[in-house]
Design a protein around this ligand. Structure first.
Ligand code: AMP
Length: 387
C-alpha cells in the first residue's frame, strides 16, 4: 500500500505515539498538545525532554518488541523523533498502528551508503562518494576522489560523529582505524560557499510544501547558527526547494523531511544529508512562520491539511550547547531582556559539552540583523551583569 493512500483524519483528542524522547519529541509534543492531542512517548530513559511534556512516558528498550507492540496498540499513529529507530521496531509498531514516515523511509535514510546510493540513482545531486569496506578500498577510493576527503561511517552517524577528514593519502591508515567500522563512505571534501537546508513536508494526499531556505553554520560539526531566508540567489533557493520536493516524492515520505545542502562556489547544490523528521535548522519556524515544522509533522501524520509555511519575519536561531554552563547557570534574564528574542530550553537535567540544551530565536528586519541579535543574546547569557 502506498503511504499516500487516503486514511480518515486523526482528530484532536486522539493519542499520538512518539518513539524517542529528546528535544525534537518535546517540541512535537508541545505542538500536538496545543492542538488538543494526547502524546505517549517511549524510550529507554526517564524524565526525558519529551516525557516531561507528554501524557505518558513509557520506559523500554527499542528492541523490546512486546513493549513496542503494546505502545502502538494504545495510540492512533506512531511517529519517531530520531531516524536510528531499528527497522524491527518500526515493523513491530506497524502491526498495531500506522507508522509515519514508514519504515522504508527510515531504512533508506539511517544508512549513509543506502541514502547516497538512493539519491544518486534517483538523479539528485549528491557529494561525490565511494563505498569503502577495507583499508585497501580506502586507498583506491582516495586515488579516485583525491584529497582532501572525508571518511564517514555508513551507519549511525550524526553531528559529525564517526567522521575523519583525510588531508593526504598518508592519513589513510589512521583514518581507517579511527572510524572503527566495517563499512564506510569516502566523500570528496566540498569547498562550499555556504550550507543551507530545506524543510519540506508531504501530506498523505501527496501535497508537498516547503519552507523558505535556511542558511546554516556549523562548529565542530554541530549546527551553531541558522538564519532564514538564506542569503543565496533566488534561483538557487528555487532549485533547492524543487530538489526537496522531488526527494519527498521519490521516498514516498509522509511527514517532515529536511534536506541539507552544500552550496558550491559556483552556485551549484549538492545534497549532504537527509533527515526524515523535523530538523534543528527548522527550529526557527516556531517563532517566525505561520505553521511550525512540528505542527506540520502532526498535520501530515494525522491526515489533516498542511499549514502555511510563510515566513512572517526574517529569523535566526542559535543553539545553546552544554558548554555554556561551564561557569554556572547562564544569565537567562539577560537574554530574556532583549526584544524579539525567544528562549527555548529542553528540560535536560545535565549540561555536558556538546549537548544540545536549548536554543534562542531572534527576529529582525533582515537575516543579518536577526543573526546579529541572536548571537548578542547568546553572548549575554555568559556575560556577568554590570553592577
Ligand atoms: P554530517 O554529519 O555529515 O552532516 O557533517 C557535519 C558537517 O561536517 C557538515 O554540515 C559540514 O559542515 C561538514 N562536512 C561533512 N561532510 C563534508 C564534506 N564532504 N565536505 C565538506 N564539509 C563536510
Amino acid at each position: 500500500m502506498s503511504s499516500t493512500a487516503s486514511l480518515r483524519p486523526i482528530y484532536p483528542g486522539a493519542t499520538i505515539g512518539v518513539l524517542g524522547s529528546g528535544q525534537l519529541g518535546r517540541m512535537f509534543a508541545i505542538a500536538a498538545r496545543r492542538l488538543g492531542y494526547r502524546v505517549h512517548t517511549l524510550s529507554p530513559d526517564t524524565d526525558t525532554p519529551t516525557g516531561q511534556v507528554a501524557d505518558v512516558e513509557i520506559v523500554a528498550a527499542y528492541d523490546d518488541l512486546d513493549a513496542i507492540r503494546n505502545f502502538a496498540r494504545n495510540v492512533a499513529v506512531v511517529t519517531f523523533e530520531f531516524e536510528n529507530v531499528p527497522a524491527a521496531t518500526a515493523a513491530a509498531a506497524e502491526q498495531s498502528a500506522p507508522v509515519r514516515p514508514a519504515g522504508q523511509v527510515l531504512h533508506t535514510t539511517q544508512h549513509r551508503l543506502r541514502e547516497k546510493t538512493f539519491l544518486s540513482q534517483s538523479g539528485f545531486p549528491v557529494t561525490p562518494f565511494v563505498a569503502v569496506r577495507s583499508l585497501a578500498e580506502l586507498q583506491t577510493a582516495l586515488a579516485r576522489l583525491g584529497c582532501p576527503a572525508v571518511l564517514k561511517t555508513a551507519g549511525w552517524g550524526y553531528d559529525g560523529k564517526g567522521q575523519y577528514k583525510i588531508n593526504s593519502v598518508a592519513d589513510a591508515e589512521t583514518a581507517w582505524a579511527a572510524v572503527q567500522t566495517q563499512e564506510a563512505v569516502l566523500e570528496a571534501f566540498v569547498d562550499f560557499s555556504c550550507e543551507v537546508s530545506v524543510v519540506g513536508v508531504r501530506g498523505s494526499n501527496g501535497v508537498v510544501v516547503t519552507y523558505p531556505v535556511i542558511e546554516n553554520a556549523h562548529r565542530h560539526h554541530i549546527l551553531d547558527v541558522s538564519c532564514c531566508p538564506a542569503r543565496i540567489p533566488e534561483n538557487t533557493a528555487r532549485e533547492a526547494a524543487e530538489i526537496t520536493r522531488g526527494v519527498l516524492e521519490a521516498l514516498d515520505c509522509v511527514g517532515v523531511l529536511c534536506v541539507e545542502f552544500f552550496v558550491t562556489r559556483t552556485g551549484g547544490l549538492m545534497i549532504n544529508e537527509l533527515a526524515p523528521r523535523p530538523h534543528n535548522s527548522g527550529h526557527l519556524t516556531i517563532d517566525s512562520c505561520v505553521t511550525c515544522q512540528f505542527e506540520q509533522q502532526l498535520r501530515a501524520i494525522c491526515d489533516l491539511p498542511l499549514g502555511s509555511t510563510e515566513l512572517l519575519r526574517p529569523a535566526a536561531m542559535a543553539n545553546l550547547l552544554g558548554d555554556l554552563w561551564q561557569s554556572g547557570e547562564p544569565h537567562w534574564d539577560q537574554a530574556c531582556a532583549l526584544d524579539d528574542v525567544k528562549l527555548h530550553l529542553y528540560g535536560k537535567l545535565q549540561a555536558r559539552p556538546g549537548r544540545k540544551m536549548g536554543h534562542l530565536t531572534a527576529l529582525g528586519a533582515t537575516p543579518d540583523a536577526a543573526l546579529e541579535r541572536v548571537q548578542a543574546a547568546r553572548t549575554a547569557l555568559v556575560t556577568p551583569a554590570a553592577r
